[in-house]
Design a binder for this molecule. Structure first.
Ligand SMILES: [Zn+2]
Length: 312
């Protein structure tokens, strides 16, 4: 049963917002475009594999989670986690096409695509690290269970020329048979154990690890285009009118358009926003208007007077 459904990563939304607010001439523009392509491909791969799992009917009780972020020695995020009576299974999904070669010493994955040769961190190494981190996480709850895992190539155009013995490597159509084969093992978790583990994972999974993008990319706040985006035509810079926002490009009015701009501010700029920052980002010239807008959101107000700021 699916307990945590497929959802696009917040990261892709943030990156798309960043791109919209950068000028074409910005030196990082081509890199952001390339990164978005890679994240989209990764998300797409996870979605394809997840849809396979949605269709499956396994002959034992199980829970499937998409994207679980936990803290053990450090934060770690598993693409897909499945809890079964036989243990936990981590699937590390890769959507990398072309001819693929796993190397040792150093461990990496080489991709030959047409004339291009690209290098990636070894997904088998990543998977083994997640297995270790998950075992450490579970130890805190006195849970010791077998942890299995596989690297799954999502695309039919992934051709593994040289594999590795450091992890199980599967094509996506092998995932369901792989999971069915678990029945040959001795079950180590009772139904109660599975329920307890599911609850712990749901409670401890966090997505609050997002840090605003301009810090990650060392982009100056002043390099971002300011203003409220028109959700109808995409123009950034709607005009504030009485009780609404007006788009001079397409003529649409939208009285809630600032909500999206404020959430974009959190994705790109900072974990909190002050009245001054709100005026600058939304292009408002009236501090009372900014206060009214910030007070009418679901944001939490912290501090008083000049130190007042709002957090999510
Ligand atoms: Zn418009």
């Amino acid at each position: 049963m699916i307990i945590k459904s497929y959802a696009k990563s917040i990261h892709i939304e943030a990156m798309e917002q960043l791109l919209k607010r950068l000028s074409f001439e910005h030196p990082l523009y081509p890199k952001i475009v390339k990164d978005i392509g890679a994240i989209r491909a990764g998300d797409f791969g996870e979605e394809i594999v997840f849809r396979e799992l949605e269709k499956m009917q396994l002959p034992y009780k199980y829970y499937v989670f998409h994207k679980v972020f936990l803290f053990a020695e450090n934060g770690f995020e598993m693409d897909i986690l499945i809890i079964t009576p036989y243990g936990a299974i981590i699937l590390e999904v890769k959507n990398i096409i072309g001819e693929l070669v796993f190397t040792e010493n150093p461990s990496q994955l080489l991709q030959q695509k047409e004339t291009e040769l690209n290098k990636y961190p070894c997904p088998a190494g990543q998977l083994n690290e997640y297995k270790y981190q998950l075992s450490q996480f579970l130890l805190e709850y006195n849970i010791s269970i077998p942890i299995y895992g596989a690297v799954v190539f999502a695309s039919r155009n992934s051709i593994v020329k040289v594999s590795t013995d450091k992890a199980t490597i599967l094509n996506r159509n092998e995932v369901r048979p792989y999971l069915r084969r678990l029945q040959n093992l001795n079950p180590t978790l009772t139904i109660e154990d599975i329920e307890k583990l599911k609850d712990i994972l749901l409670i401890k999974n966090t997505s609050n690890t997002y840090s605003p993008l301009i810090n990650q990319f060392s982009i100056k706040a002043e390099d971002l285009k300011k203003g409220v985006e028109c959700l109808n035509c995409g123009l950034i810079g709607m005009q504030k009118r009485k009780r609404t926002w007006y788009c001079a490009a397409c003529g649409k009015s939208d009285h809630t358009a600032h909500m999206k701009a404020i959430s974009t501010y959190f994705l790109l700029c900072n974990d909190f926003i002050t009245n001054k920052e709100c005026r600058e980002f939304l292009l408002l010239n009236n501090r009372h208007e900014a206060k009214r807008i910030l007070s009418n959101t679901s944001l939490t107000r912290v501090g008083n007077n000049k130190l007042t700021r709002y957090t999510k």
